[in-house]
Design a protein around this ligand. Structure first.
Ligand code: GTP
Ligand code: MG
Length: 245
């Protein structure tokens, strides 16, 4: 891999039905933590992790979305600019697997990638530790072949098969990024500035989204300020430091 790819940011969006384990999978990967307690994601959460691919540094920007319908309207700004999409289902829920077709279509509709036929999707069958499986590995693989997606199975709870799909997302997402040209002097500085600007724009977008989410929560559910503060806490403490100018 060329030096030019060093420091590239890859945006990855996790989608799928509520409760399939998107947040758990992401938290297991980034924070090495898991809890049996279910706390539905409100709007979206954001984590980043730096990985090394063939000597190049890739910053994975992971956007964990809410599976509940009331936040679907946030899709457009969230999905735009994604380099890879992770479709997550629960192997003990046939419904969550069947829903992936819709999630995929909705993603392509809202994200409007330049080349939809070539856009990388990664399908994850989570909760493989549970015995009451409803979706076989074969069925999932077959569908993934049809749509040209990569398939992985694992368990956030038991920390099985969690890292591989994210590394694949980094690889596939990297190919979606503009090919880097050259590398020294003015052009490099200009590329760096562009990248910083893009990251800053993303931070501002995240902020606006968080505010939108808070307002929506407050209006629709008349939620107590503690939840709002909690959300703002997550926003404040998201690791944006590496993206700041
Ligand atoms: P939304 O935020 O509502 O969209 O849900 P989500 O997809 O983020 O699901 P979440 O990660 O919150 O997990 C839902 C529930 O499933 C929680 O109680 C988790 O503890 C549980 N869970 C997640 N991953 C696993 C797993 O690999 N195995 C088992 N047994 N339970 C899991
Ligand atoms: Mg969640």
């Amino acid at each position: 891999m060329s030096e030019g790819k060093a420091g590239v940011s890859v945006k990855v969006v996790l989608i799928g039905n509520s409760g399939v384990g998107k947040s758990s999978f992401m938290n297991r990967y980034v924070n090495h933590r898991f809890t049996n307690m279910y706390r539905a994601t409100i709007g979206t959460d954001f984590l980043s992790k730096t990985v090394n691919l063939d000597g190049a540094t890739v910053t994975l920007q992971l956007w964990d979305t809410a599976g509940t319908e009331r936040f679907q309207s946030l899709g457009t700004p969230l999905y735009r600019g994604a380099h890879c999409c992770m479709l997550v289902f629960d192997v003990t829920s046939k419904a969550s697997f069947s829903a992936l077709e819709l999630w995929r279509k909705e993603f392509l509709f809202q994200a409007e990638p330049q080349d939809p036929a070539d856009f990388p999707f990664i399908v994850i069958g989570n909760k493989s530790d549970l015995g009451d499986r409803e979706v076989s590995c074969r069925t999932a693989k077959q569908w993934c072949e049809e749509i040209g997606a990569d398939f992985f199975e694992g368990s956030a709870k038991e920390d099985v098969g969690v890292e591989k799909p994210f590394l694949k997302a980094a690889q596939s997402g990297l190919q979606q990024c503009r090919p880097p040209v050259l590398i020294s002097g003015e052009k490099k500085r200009s590329d760096d500035n562009t990248r910083r600007l893009e990251s800053s724009t993303m931070i501002i977008q995240t902020w606006l989204l968080m505010m939108q989410i808070c307002l929506e929560q407050k209006r629709k559910e008349k939620m107590m300020s503690s939840v709002i503060e909690d959300k703002c806490f997550i926003c404040f403490h998201t690791d944006f430091s590496s993206h700041l100018i």
